[in-house]
Design a protein around this ligand. Sequence first.
Ligand code: EPZ
Length: 421
Amino acid sequence: MDKFVIQGGGRLKGEVEISGSKNAALPILAAALLGEGTSVLNGVPDLADVRHMVDLLGDLGAEVSRGDDGRMEISVTDESHSHAEYDRVRKMRASICVLGPLLARRGKARVAMPGGCAIGSRPINLHLRGLRALGAKIDLDGGDVIATADRLRGSSIFLGGPFGSTVLGTANVMSAATLAQGTTVIESAACEPEIVDLANFLTRMGAKIRGAGSPRLVIEGVEALNAAEHTVVPDRIEAGTFMIAAALTNGEVTLRNCCTDHMMAVVDKLREVGVIVEQTNGAAVASSVRRLEPADVTTQPYPGFPTDLQAQLMTLLTLADGNSAITEKVFPDRFMHVAELLRMGADIRKEGPTAIVTGVRQLVGAPVMASDLRASAALVLAGLVARGQTTIQRVYHIDRGYERIELKLRSLGANIERVSD
Ligand code: EPZ
């Protein structure tokens, strides 16, 4: 297993290219199963999770090729196997988003239940409720979801849950509804930019979708969808991570291929803390030159502050001049990074779904352990600014969602090495 060795200190300066969004690419790759012909995707990031999805599509009869320029071609040549096996799904929970496309296109799907992960139990009850509302027969057997439907029927569905909307649940039900007979209304749909991107891809395939980006989606079913070409939106979570890296090190970083329009809650909060964020056409410049101010934040479904940047913001607030309260409303247990940040000298106290962060003068490098994707990113950020050396074990977690992060950071002047154990 690889680890990162980081020598703290030094300001990050320069330019970095933000990759395409992992959380847009995954459901869009799954939706390619709906199309007749060869779909072409541009801007798909080269990540472990994407490679897992490509392997899964191979199991499901799709041939996927990636050119040197990152251009991906997906053509479904064999629709006889519709089983997403546990060994695949357990490695990447987002595999569940093949369920809707398989069911709509082939009338059947067997997909392993994803199980939990470090940030929570990750149920899929809302996915299943939505697909049942479209007329699917859903059984559970041996840890697998077995879904069948001769022809899905349009329906009106409330898809909200105890934590608000569900991103991949919306992706599954919206994708399935594109081929249902009649019109489907999804109320309390996820509004994330990644869902809008998926809706744009489906529309290019011939789907009829209104309201993408709003809590109310209206989908008019069509007979068939064709393959299409699409470019994936930039990754707003990677962009936010690099903005925080610039601020933490009192540096100045230009982020190319950055859509700040998808990051208004993030930019608003960073400016409150004292980060300077300037927007130019298709890019953003993040910097910080003075002590950081404390701030309170609550994570919410889009357009609220994203849970996927909660850990990274916590690292920033460990050095703010006062007390901050971070409340996690999407994944209440998403605090695996706290124990590791404490090892680096942070002052954080957990109070249920809230972490109280008291700013300290400096973090101190230490050996720490990555536990999940975004917690790992928070530890890398802490290592960049800590005094001395930080080693981060199990960096396979970070490779799931960041394309060669150590190379991008090194190009900005960071002292970070990947070392194979
Ligand atoms: C997506 O996960 C993202 N993953 C997550 O990013 C992100 O944290 C999450 O949305 C929230 O924004 C991908 O897009 C691949 P949810 P998803 O369904 O769709 C509860 C990352 O770091 N819920 O929106 O699985 C659930 O427990 C990853 O890139 C139900 O109760 O999340 C959670 O509390 C981590 N029943 C809340 O809803 C359900 O059927 C939001 O979950 C589904 C979800």
